[in-house]
Every structure is written in structure tokens, then in C-alpha cells.
Design a protein around this ligand. Structure first.
Ligand code: FES
Length: 55
């Protein structure tokens, strides 16, 4: 999920995180190592799921 502009988001523990860029990507897959922000891990997860379903 992409956020444009200034926002404050709250994670599952209740911690607030301010956006610091013109566009910020929020992790929606739960796999990021830098939650609440997306680090691209979703691509590896999607790839693994694709490989599993193609067998
Ligand atoms: S959406 Fe979770 S790492 Fe990108």
C-alpha cells in the first residue's frame, strides 16, 4: 500500500510511525524486516507461492 504525503500510521503494538518521504510503502504481507514499511520481501513470498502452486 502506497501512502502519499504526510501520515502517521500505528503498528500492531500501538507504536506510531511518521512517513518521511513523498511516497511511503506500507507492508501488507507481514513479511517485511522493517515493518511497518515494505522492504520488498513480498516479491519472494509471491514467487515461493507461485512455485508451490505450479507443481
Ligand atoms: S508488502 Fe510486505 S514486504 Fe512488501
Amino acid at each position: 500500500m502506497l501512502l502519499r504525503g504526510d501520515h502517521v500510521i500505528r503498528d500492531a503494538e500501538g507504536n506510531e510511525h511518521e512517513t518521511r518521504r513523498p511516497v511511503s510503502a506500507v507492508c501488507m504481507c507481514g513479511g517485511s524486516a522493517i515493518k511497518p514499511w515494505c522492504d520488498g520481501t513480498h516479491k519472494a513470498i509471491e514467487k515461493r507461492r507461485g512455485q508451490r502452486t505450479s507443481r
